[in-house]
Design a protein around this ligand. Sequence first.
Ligand code: NAD
Length: 419
Amino acid sequence: MLTTTKAANAYDVALENFDTAADAMGLNNDTREMIKYPERVLTVSVPVRMDDGHIHRFEAFRVQHSSVRGPAKGGIRYHPQVTLDEVKALATWMTWKCAVVNIPFGGAKGGITCNPKIMSQGELEGMTRRYTSAILPLIGPEQDIPAPDVYTNSQTMAWIMDTYSMTKGYPIPGVVTGKPISLGGSLGRNEATGRGVFYTIQSACEHLRMSLPGAEVAVQGFGNAGSIAAQLLHAAGAKVIAVSDSTGCVYNKNGLDIPELIHMKTLCGHVEGFPESEAISPAELLALKCEILVPAALENTIRVDNASAVRARIIAEAANGPLTPEADRILEGKGVFVIPDILCNAGGVTVSYFEWVQDEQHLFWEAQDVYDRLERVMKVAFRDVLKIHLERKVPMRIAANMLGIGRVAEAVQLRGIYP
Ligand code: NAD
């Protein structure tokens, strides 16, 4: 049972959000033309011999939105609904996100239109290696550095790193982030997105003078980002009352045992049927009366048709693009405090940056060092966005876009344009 629809085109949303922020900043047209659109867009065919012997052609993409502030950076998504427009939107958001947390990367994204849930490990490995070969001219530690996203993980990154390294003849760990630790991954990268979400929720509670211990939380999407955010919120004393994944939603008004739920999800692959919980519908989860709602699945979860039902005080966007612009306007009218995606989920790319730095230096950090640096970055970024929100009296999303777009605009103006 899915709660998302493809009603809004994610790339249209990304362009609309850009224009809204650029208008609020009074950004001139020349600069807009130079930074708004992707620098490179690549569509490739990925033929894979499937386990039954036949060859299946998958369509796949890599989009580099910006290299103005540094190498392009962004995850790779495996999902049946991946489209070029979705990848362009996600690449665009990566550019502003890297600038919001002030790390020296531009934005990129990749994706393969496939259903990884029905593919074997062998088929996934073959598809990943062939895709890596197809996008080889674009990627590299100084050019464009992929990472995990929906339904890709550290194993996927290990295959990409190996395929890339085979073409060079020596290991190049810095070509991807989110790798296994034994291949040059960083401690703390796996939980970085959820941890960053947690730090921004802490900052929002402080700003709104809300207590996190005892706060009721609902989490939509229980993968990497959602489950880690839920775990940290639970450990901090919040009451996670509802959680969902693509198979169903579970609810307990007294709070779910999140460590046990993670254990079950790891063993069984779903949250449905969790003991001491009742099943609710995806629509009911989004409409629960709670302090904090964490959308952590896909785009367009909260739209014009269900935004009015939301009763949370804070929405923390662990997912990219979970709110459409119409939903934004409705929630703004209701006084909901939105921690926008390009701030809220920037912990992943921040620790990816730390991983890349460690790979380049061949010197690895302690986990606590990663957490402390991440907390500083996230809290400074939250403070910077909040300052614009309060001073310019614009919603948090526009404030975050103004910060990110402003930094990219400054960089492009300083670099000038090659005649
Ligand atoms: P994941 O593959 O680990 O998990 C996705 C989860 O969403 C799964 O539990 C799946 O069952 C669930 N899901 C899918 N469709 C759903 C639906 N309709 N309703 C409820 N649950 C649904 O992916 P992830 O890495 O956690 O990514 C989730 C979101 O976070 C994406 O928007 C992604 O772009 C964003 N994000 C991830 C990272 C990262 O480092 N992993 C970084 C930044 C942003």
